[in-house]
Design a protein around this ligand. Structure first.
Ligand code: AMP
Ligand code: ZN
Length: 466
């Protein structure tokens, strides 16, 4: 497999640190509002990367954080007159709902910055001891000039950066040794959340959280670090400076960055106000369509959001899902058995290979999807010609395999709903057994609200829709 590594701006063969395993970290959202569809691009893309590694037989440890302490969260909390954790918890929950709608798998771990403060204090202390950081009046800064590789990811040169940033000094920052030095810890201000630290009460800077969470859940060295391209500088450059100065080892071997999701040719962002939230889009389209739309372009190409492209994505997705459901129905109902058709097998295998070649080439999902469309066509033709059970099964297996990598849900809505009802009934039975009647009643009420009627019979609980 080849991956485009931002570190040297070329495609490189993927060699994991540990055979058969992938350790990856993807910077997650700052939770002060609903996520917008620009934020959804890295979520959907890196989820697909994760799924493809799993398809290739790797065990993937996938960590993605929630930034739950930040100026914007504090501002939103003050406006509402609530604690900032009320805002962050609310939007973490909403974000998880959106992720589910987009069929983005939950990360192996979703750490929250506010729960990792001790680790941050440890790393900052270590950086001070090693001479990479210094404290002035309760603020701890990273001494950028001390880290000789500073700029290696973004390709920026410290002297150029410095001449550009001299005028950017904001009030209170004149205490820095160098205008490029960045904050690791800042003293508390009135009305802000704070933690105790060796430098007084305060809170961490943004960059330190990812270095610390990545180290805690994945180890000092990881295979892949990802995020949107706006994070290359300064966020990822600073993560490298922190992690590598602390450990003395290379932090991440591959750095992957998705291009922007644009609207009318401009980056979609909250600060520009030109954004749609995932929630808004979900009112108009199934979020599966949004996912498919994102994957229809290469992740390193900018992608423009438009109604026409969403309609095209919807049509394409419908074609795939209809074909999979058709072949599955055929498998259930065909009376014709026999040998797997050699010609169908040869054609299908060639298309699966085409799919793998596309994905092996720096996750070219656009070409991978093209191979899936060809598979759909081959399947429809084979069924038109009255494919036997074995042939239909072969087609079905391969189509499901590819759909799983792209995160395309092929089951009918009713089937998914039925499965959810059955899971709840099972949970209710378990709750009753454990004498947790409160939970059992809660589930019964929840089901009743959905119009599900329960009936205890000798063979167990039967259910029906009112
Ligand atoms: P934020 O909440 O701004 O820290 O962003 C969370 C993630 O979304 C980061 O990986 C960003 O790079 C990414 N992101 C934000 N806006 C866009 C956009 N318009 N297109 C693609 N990725 C974006
Ligand atoms: Zn990060």
């Amino acid at each position: 497999m080849k991956i485009f590594n931002t570190l040297d701006r070329r495609k490189e063969e993927f060699v994991p640190l540990e055979p058969g395993k992938v350790r990856m970290y993807v910077c997650g959202p700052t939770v002060y509002n609903y996520i917008h569809i620009g934020n959804a691009r890295p979520m959907i893309f890196f989820d697909t990367v994760r799924r493809y590694f799993a398809y290739r037989g790797y065990e993937v440890n996938f960590v993605s954080n929630f930034t739950d302490v930040d100026d914007k969260i504090i501002k939103a909390a003050n406006e509402e007159g609530v604690d900032s954790s009320v805002i962050s918890e609310r939007f973490i929950a909403e974000c998880k709902k959106d992720m589910e709608g987009m069929n983005v798998m939950p990360a192996t771990v979703h750490p929250k910055a506010t729960e990792e403060i001790d680790g941050m204090i440890d790393m900052i202390s270590e950086l001070i001891e090693k001479g990479y950081a210094y404290e002035v009046n309760g603020t701890v800064y990273y001494r950028v000039r001390r880290f000789k590789d500073y700029g290696k990811l973004s390709g920026k040169n410290l002297d150029d950066l410095q001449s550009g940033s001299r005028s950017l000094l904001v009030t209170g920052e004149d205490e820095k040794e160098d205008p490029m030095d960045f904050v690791l810890w800042k003293p508390k201000k009135e009305g802000e959340p704070y933690w105790e630290s060796p430098w007084g009460q305060g809170r961490p800077g943004w960059h330190i959280e990812c270095s610390v969470m990545s180290k805690k859940y994945l180890g000092e060295q990881i295979d892949i670090h990802g995020g949107g391209e706006d994070l290359i500088f300064p966020h990822h450059e600073n993560e490298i400076a922190q992690s590598e100065a602390a450990s003395g080892k290379e932090f991440s071997h591959y750095w992957m960055h998705n291009a922007f999701l644009n609207i009318d040719g401009t980056k979609m962002s909250k600060s520009l106000g030109n954004f749609f939230t995932v929630r808004e889009v979900s009112e108009k389209y199934d979020l599966q369509v949004l996912r498919f739309f994102m994957l229809s372009a290469h992740y390193r190409s900018p992608l423009n959001f438009s109604a026409e492209l969403m309609q095209a994505a919807k049509n394409g997705l419908d074609r795939i899902v209809t074909a999979v459901q058709r072949v599955d129905e055929h498998v259930k109902t065909t009376p014709v058995t026999g040998q797997l058709s050699e010609s169908v097998k040869t054609a299908v295998d060639a298309l699966v290979q085409k799919f793998e070649e596309a994905m092996d080439d720096d996750f070219n999902t656009a070409d991978g999807i093209a191979a899936l469309f060809e598979l759909v066509k081959a399947s429809n033709t084979a069924l038109d010609e009255g494919a036997n059970l074995e042939t239909a099964k072969y087609l079905s297996d391969k189509m499901h395999m590819l759909c799983d990598v792209f995160g395309i849900i092929t089951e009918k809505k009713e089937e998914i709903l039925d499965a959810q009802v059955e899971a709840l009934i099972e949970e209710r039975q378990a709750a009753r057994k454990a004498k947790n009647f409160a939970r059992a009643d809660e589930i019964r009420d929840q089901l009743a609200a959905q119009g599900i009627l329960l009936k205890d019979t000798r063979e167990g609980v039967k259910w029906s829709r009112a």
